[in-house]
Design a protein around this ligand. Structure first.
Ligand code: SF4
Ligand code: SF4
Length: 372
């Protein structure tokens, strides 16, 4: 007996697949499945988070609909994966944010942007808000640096704590001891697999999207999004180091490292999310969890808006539009931070953790085989 109907179905599918094993070369899910004879809820959640939704096992399957076995692994694991996000949410009271996630994120983002715009208007007189401010410290004439650091530091800290608690629950559920050491080799292998999106290539041919012709488009757009986000985060870290270690205040010159990193990351975050959204709308509905479309779209939209408002601020920072644009950008970024533990962002974290577990399992298998 499993905790949910979708896990019951996942168990049935994995049992069929374990007898068939035709897809074992496609991704990590099938080799991980083959290491088991039965499946606990945790095992199925682990397999669901290991799946990259490339669609290959649906296209290749001789038992997919209309066959009476009705084998649809990508869609089943996509639903199980989304349900696992809510199950591991911390605090539990907020797990409901995963239901109707698109609406929840939109409301939070709108409130956050409104709060920053009203705050800027309330604490600055008209001439300061619409004034032209240039040179180091220009942003802090509208909002003091300490207030900004405190607010965003608290939001980021909260997100890190909530995500850590979620990972802890996931790690425990998949049968790993909390507090146990994880070897560096598994962490590094998982980092490589995640960084390359190794299992989004349908066993080497590409990802299946709208038809039977695999392509690398989803992988490329995902890379642009992921590395764009990473570069923007790096820009924030370098800017923070500049401020505290070198006493250099933002905004920085065009050629300075935080601006170069942020601009490159912003371009990635403009192109990647648009591409992902386009591919998502074209995708064969039979492969996806249609009920959670709002969650995917909300996260993609938040990343796009973060980049769009950031680039607009960069381009217009020497004009009278800087004040309103700064409020808009900060409102979007604040909403992104506080909603990270309750939206699609978590897929990257849980998938990485599942890849770590998979690397450990393979290592143990290899050691077991060597010992024989
Ligand atoms: S998805 Fe279909 S073809 Fe692939 S292992 Fe499962 S039953 Fe076999
Ligand atoms: S959809 Fe792709 S990643 Fe997921 S189980 Fe099937 S082959 Fe593996």
């Amino acid at each position: 007996m499993h905790g949910t109907r979708i896990l019951e179905e996942a168990d049935r599918l994995m049992t069929v697949c374990n007898s068939c094993r035709y897809c074992e070369g496609l991704c990590a899910v099938f080799p991980a499945m083959e290491m088991r004879r039965s499946f606990s809820d945790g095992d199925l959640n682990y397999l669901a988070n290991l799946c990259h939704s490339c669609g290959a096992c649906y296209t290749d399957c001789q038992f997919s609909p209309p066959h009476e076995y009705n084998v649809n692994v990508p869609q089943n694991l996509a639903i199980a994966r989304a349900e696992s996000y809510a199950a591991y949410a911390w605090p539990r009271a907020f797990s409901g944010l995963f239901a109707r996630n698109g609406l929840a994120i939109s409301v939070i983002a709108a409130l956050s942007v409104a709060a920053f715009i009203f705050g800027f208007a309330a604490f600055n007189d008209h001439q300061v808000l619409y004034g032209i401010h240039t040179g180091p410290g220009a942003f802090y004439r509208l909002m003091p640096h300490n207030a900004m650091a405190l607010l965003f530091g608290a939001a980021l800290l909260y997100a890190i704590i909530a995500l850590t608690m979620g990972v802890r629950a996931f790690w425990r559920d998949i049968g790993e001891p909390v507090g146990g050491r994880v070897d560096a080799g598994s962490l590094f292998q998982a980092m490589r697999d995640a960084g390359e999106l190794r299992y989004l290539d349908g066993g080497g041919v590409g990802c299946f999207n709208e038809d039977d012709h695999p392509t690398d488009r989803r992988k490329i757009y995902h890379h642009l999004t992921f590395y764009g986000f990473g570069l923007c985060f790096a820009a924030t870290v370098v800017g923070t180091l500049y401020h505290y270690l070198l006493a250099r205040e933002a905004p920085y010159a065009w050629w300075d490292l935080p601006v170069v990193l942020g601009t490159l990351g912003g371009i990635g975050l403009l192109i990647g999310p648009v591409g992902l959204l386009t591919e998502k709308w074209k995708r064969d509905p039979v492969l996806v969890d249609q009920a959670r479309m709002g969650m995917d779209v909300a996260f993609i939209a938040m990343l796009f808006l973060t980049a769009l408002t950031g680039i607009a601020l960069l381009l217009l920072r020497d004009s009278a539009a800087m004040g309103p644009l700064l409020a808009l950008h900060l409102g979007v970024v604040f909403a992104l931070f506080v909603t990270m533990p309750y939206g699609k962002f978590v897929h990257g974290i849980y998938r990485y953790v599942a890849l770590v577990r998979y690397a450990r399992e393979r290592q143990m298998m290899a050691h077991g085989a060597a010992a024989k």
